[in-house]
Design a protein around this ligand. Sequence first.
Ligand code: CP3
Length: 341
Amino acid sequence: MTRFEPLENDLLLRTARGEKVERPPMWVMRQAGRYLPEYHQAKGNHDFFECCRSPEIASTLTLQPIERYKGLIDAAIIFSDILVIPQAMGMTVEMVDKKGPVFPHPLKSPSDPQYKELMARNVDVEKELDYVYQAITMTRRKLKGRVPLFGFCGAPWTLLCYMVEGGGSKLFVQVKTWIYKYPEESKALLKKIAVLCVEYLALQVQAGAQIVQVFDSWAAELSPSSFQQFSLPYLRYISEHLPTRLRQLGLDVVPMVVFAKGAWYALDSLCDSGYDVVGLDWLQDPAEAVKIAKGRVVLQGNADPGILYGSREAITAVVEEMVSGFGGGKQGWIANLGHGA
Ligand SMILES: Cc1c2[nH]c(c1CCC(=O)O)Cc1[nH]c(c(CCC(=O)O)c1C)Cc1[nH]c(c(CCC(=O)O)c1C)Cc1[nH]c(c(C)c1CCC(=O)O)C2
């Protein structure tokens, strides 16, 4: 696409494609947000989802870490949230201060009319999430080619957790009831979400996203065998169908990243799941991960975000250990934290 300025720093895209590079690229999950004083200033009295829905505010927030840490961060990620898909499906989601996301009317059971309505609804991802595409296009213009822009979505499993639990959870009783009591209905819904994710990511790329990441933040709640049943097939659905959809739209394919937090037990399968990059959390030892991956994918991660509370010396030591664990970083590694801080 010629409507944006050429990329000055394409280090992260080259690394994601598996090329040899001069140094490892670096970005930070949750690099925009509350720790930045300018975030609070730009957000003002707007609530969180209002900020996501305003292309002007969302693009401003996306650029803040790029501007503050000039030259140090090698990618921007669009300011938005994984829960915009459940919203596009007709569910109400609120962001409650000091509590996080809340669904006032979570899905009850497949026999509830709400499930049938949700399954029957024809969700127009193009129209419902138009504000995200506008924010992406505006952000690309404001970036002026400084660094590439990530688009993203939540993984079907993680979105199902939120839709059924109604928010964050400790025991995941509701979603466990769904998958173990109503596996077929759960799978039908996971599939529906996966289809929406493909279209949503494709439209983000059309709007200007240059790489995409799928966040499976609740992967650790599944056992290895239930991950194979309730998460992996839908992650694969996305990686298989997104390139096809992009070609249909006349667009180039973009690198795809999967981050399944806590799914260290599934690293081998994730390396064969059709993604270019696999994100790791800090429970995984980098050298072990490199051994398992055997060059099949680029790895991303994985410093404990908790190190940010430590001293400069402690942070440096952890980073040096991480760099050597990933083999020095001239190929096959994108530096990041192991989760959002
Ligand atoms: C699970 C999840 C969500 N949202 C997201 C995930 C996947 C990543 C992960 O596992 O953390 C993804 C996300 N959310 C946000 C981004 C923006 C880009 C960036 O990383 O800079 C991204 C990529 C902004 C945000 N999303 C949220 C904030 C904080 C909003 C605020 O209080 O101002 C930001 C900047 C809110 C949010 N949204 C969600 C949660 C659990 C929370 C935190 C609630 C809390 O800690 O109070 C759902």
